[in-house]
Design a protein around this ligand. Structure first.
Ligand code: F6P
Length: 420
């Protein structure tokens, strides 16, 4: 990657927390968000090192503080992960996330020393949750599918995992302002209910705290759709503020019926549109609270606004080819690039994360491509090439180990020719 939002010293985000508290989920989301913003970020999961080197399926007793051999093996795995993390950060990275319990002050002091010696800023991110029902849900829904329990019964996995948690309970030391006064840390308590900060300094750690403040652990789908076909789509013209074509109006009617059938008013749903006519017309009659965002307006085609792709090729051939060569970074004269669009959409992404209820976003091709990249964790450079067809609802359900994407074509088939 050759672009970065700001030039910064490398940061190591060091996860802290007992098992089954949502550390891996949080770690992955931090990496996904920062990658999307253009940082080079990567997760180093100590459990993966353990499984690769010792094999999966270590029983709870392996994690006992009384098990000297297990302790030595776990320390060796942590060392291997930290070695790789620092080597990667120093050579090539900007943000690395160390995903492990890092449960004792001794272990954390060691990590901090290693980071500081390498010129890396460590920020500890503790995920705290003592609600038995949430822990039980995480064990039941996530941990039983862990590679540690392949071939074992669900009951065995649950029992063993709770035994593992009890082993960690015996030695776990939380971050606190007395013992950790000089440590840079964030404590996320009950996934978004409360957040505690200590010595959070600098632009990036501050930006990450804002992101963490928006997270919750409720899984709900996000629905994305482009507006119905517009009069500009029919002619392959870009930008503008045209009305819907007859086919676009038919799509708006299909969307109304689909929403009524699949997301009935007994279920919560928030609708977001851009401020452009074609999205408002597509949302008409849905009968739901609708919010129009300027931030969701289509990529600004600047001097080319309202032109066909053919006109751009004819009148500005150098620009036409420059866009073909690097569509992600190409910025329309007095307009935007996809890269600009991602920076513009950051508040939308934060707000999407914060929503606890399903959201239907009715927006535009380039905007939705950028949002899909965030939601599925694709590199932002791929955003200009993501398929977001007209007259189709994309249902994206984020989960702990990836997002499920379903395309729901509602018709009619748009009449306009395909864009180049
Ligand atoms: O053609 C419809 C449209 O939404 C235009 O308004 C916009 O400029 C374009 O799609 C974005 O797609 P691309 O980046 O492939 O030109």
């Amino acid at each position: 990657m050759t672009w970065r939002p700001v030039d910064l010293d490398p940061v190591a985000l060091v996860m802290v927390g007992k098992p089954a508290r949502g550390k891996t989920y949080t770690a992955r989301r931090l990496a996904r968000y920062t990658n999307w913003l253009g940082y080079r970020s990567r997760v180093f999961n100590v459990g993966t090192y353990r499984r690769e080197r010792l094999g999966a399926g270590q029983p709870a007793s392996f994690f006992s503080p009384d098990n000297r051999e297990g302790r030595a093996a776990r320390e060796a795995m942590a060392e291997a992960a930290v070695d790789d993390l620092l080597a990667w950060l120093v050579a090539d990275g900007e943000i690395a996330v160390l995903d492990a319990t890092n449960s004792t002050r001794r272990r954390r002091a060691w990590i901090r020393g290693r980071c500081e010696a390498a010129g890396v800023q460590p920020v500890f991110v503790e995920v705290v949750c003592e609600r038995p029902e949430v822990i039980a849900r995480n064990v039941r829904e996530v941990k039983v599918d862990s590679p540690d329990y392949v071939g074992r019964s669900k009951d065995h996995a649950i029992e063993d995992f709770f035994a593992r948690i009890r082993e960690y309970d015996r030695v776990y030391e939380t971050l606190d302002p007395t013992h950790d006064a000089d440590v840079s840390y964030v404590r996320l308590i009950d996934m978004g209910e409360r957040i505690e900060l200590n010595r959070i300094e600098g632009f990036l750690p501050g930006q990450l705290v804002v992101f963490l403040m928006h997270l919750h652990d409720l899984q709900r789908p996000v629905y994305l759709t482009r507006h119905g076909e517009s009069l500009f789509n029919v002619e392959n013209r870009i930008g503008g503020d045209p009305d819907l074509s007859p086919a676009g109006q038919a799509y708006a009617a299909n969307l109304r019926s689909w929403v009524a059938e699949h997301l009935p008013t007994t279920q919560p749903l928030t609708v977001w549109t851009s401020t452009l006519r074609r999205t408002a017309q597509t949302a008409q009659g849905l009968g739901r609270a609708t919010r129009a965002w300027k931030l969701l307006d289509e990529i600004d085609a600047g001097d080319c606004d309202g032109w066909t792709y053919g006109e751009v090729a004819e009148r500005m051939p150098a620009d036409f080819h420059a866009r073909k060569a690097d569509k992600f970074r190409y910025r329309y004269p007095r307009g935007e690039s996809y890269q600009d669009l991602i920076a513009r959409l950051e508040p939308v992404v934060l707000e999407l994360e914060r929503q606890q209820e399903p959201v239907l976003v009715i927006a535009h091709q380039a905007v939705l491509r950028a949002l899909v990249c965030y939601l599925v964790g694709s590199p932002p450079e791929r955003s200009p090439y993501v398929e977001v067809p007209l007259h189709t609802v994309l249902r994206i359900t984020p989960g702990p180990y990836g997002s499920e994407v379903v395309h729901l074509p509602l018709g009619p088939v748009p009449a306009h020719p395909a864009a180049p």
